[in-house]
Design a protein around this ligand. Structure first.
Ligand SMILES: [Zn+2]
Ligand SMILES: [Zn+2]
Length: 118
């Protein structure tokens, strides 16, 4: 079922489809990660690509729940960062393609907000 976006702010960043799929640095066109379509409620990503460009992506939906901060770390299953509570796959950040990143993502299923920094 299609979801209705409330916020979509992409800076120096391209997304393969409306709110998911491969994420690309718009400066060098390298893919920097993959966002799962249906399992997140909101995304806040800031990163510095290896090419030196800084990119940002902010997305949430009309029906997004209010997230809850937690100190848990996401777990990795088959290259995807996943929610440790319900194993929902959330996204992949290609570590080797980005010099640094600051990520907050809310799991739609349990509304936990996961924070990860490199
Ligand atoms: Zn780049
Ligand atoms: Zn969850």
């Amino acid at each position: 079922m299609a979801r209705i976006l409330k916020t979509k702010t992409l800076i120096n960043t391209k997304l393969a489809t409306n709110y998911g799929g491969w994420m690309y640095c718009e400066t060098c066109n390298e893919n920097i990660g993959y966002l799962c379509y249906s399992t997140y409620d909101s995304l806040e990503l800031k990163y510095k690509c290896n090419c030196g460009s800084r990119g940002e992506a902010f997305l949430d939906f009309e029906d997004s729940q209010t997230g809850h901060d937690c100190n848990d770390e996401m777990i990795i299953i088959k290259n995807r960062l996943c929610c440790p509570k319900d194993n929902e796959p959330l996204l992949t950040i290609l570590d080797k393609k980005v010099a640094s990143f600051d990520l907050k993502i809310t799991c739609k299923s349990c509304t936990n907000i996961y924070h990860k920094v490199k």
